[in-house]
Write a new protein. Structure first.
Length: 256
């Protein structure tokens, strides 16, 4: 486990350098990270349902999005990985339980259960004191970004899995150059969402990798289920509606 955290700490250190030398990113990244909210992908999927040419894509996206929601939360509750800002830090864990004043001077209610504090303490027992000191000395939460502590457990990254399930659910359904280009653009955006979670120090790099895997699985499932729904339900329904409209127009012509 220490080897994994060594890798995560290396990535955080790299992000710290970016924060120091690219201050213009500090305003952009908090905006990009909102692209990992599942509501965003729900809206995109609903919009794609409207035109007939993109309806199949919208169905695939929505299927992937709704499959991901319970799966990701179930994994979080089973794995119960502490957020990086609370790892080896009972004081911050206590803030996440009791509440804290954020960078804007506003009080934020706590969201974690009291047992979370004991979990952090128990987690410390599984690592050497030297490694714990190394982590606490090297890991610095970027309060200057003005981004509050994220709620819930850490693995897998929910924002990353939401972005990848939506983007890949779209990409797998796309046909033709224009649609494929749209799908790849959203997939690149999903990559930026994943990187933003590490940049903001609310997820480990390994959380983001986990989110990508979950997103890929949900994207494939969305493609399979979405294709079935489109072929077995949507196409027959569209044909019935078209036939009735044609009959209605013919009847109107006879009456006229």
């Amino acid at each position: 486990m220490e080897k994994i955290l060594e890798f995560d700490l290396l990535i955080f250190t790299f992000m710290d350098k970016l924060i120091a030398v690219c201050p213009w990113l500090n305003a952009i990244v908090p905006v990009i990270t909102r692209g990992g909210e599942w509501v965003f992908w729900l809206i995109v999927g609903l919009v794609l349902l409207i035109p007939q040419k993109t309806r199949k894509i919208g169905i695939g996206m929505l299927c992937a999005t709704f499959i991901r929601l319970p799966l990701n939360e179930a994994l979080k509750d089973v794995i119960c990985r502490p957020r990086p800002f609370a790892l080896f830090n009972p004081e911050i864990a206590r803030q996440c339980i009791e509440g804290y004043v954020d960078t804007k001077g506003e009080f934020v209610k706590g969201w974690m259960k009291p047992e979370y504090l004991q979990q952090v303490k128990d987690n410390m027992a599984g690592f050497s004191p030297e490694f714990i000191q190394k982590w606490l000395a090297a890991y610095k939460y970027p309060y200057e970004l003005g981004y509050h502590f994220s709620h819930g457990y850490s693995f897998p990254s929910g924002h990353t899995s939401a972005a990848f399930s939506g983007a890949l659910g779209m990409l797998f359904m796309c046909k033709g150059k224009r649609q494929k280009l749209m799908g790849w653009c959203f997939t690149i955006f999903a990559c930026l969402v994943g990187l933003s979670r590490i940049y903001l120090h609310v997820h480990y790099a390994t959380d983001v990798f986990g989110g990508i895997v979950v997103g890929l699985a949900c994207g494939l499932a969305g493609f399979a289920i979405g294709t079935l729904i489109y072929n077995k339900i949507v196409i027959p329904l569209e044909e019935k509606i078209k036939a009735r409209l044609t009959k209605f127009e013919a009847d109107m012509e006879k009456k006229s």
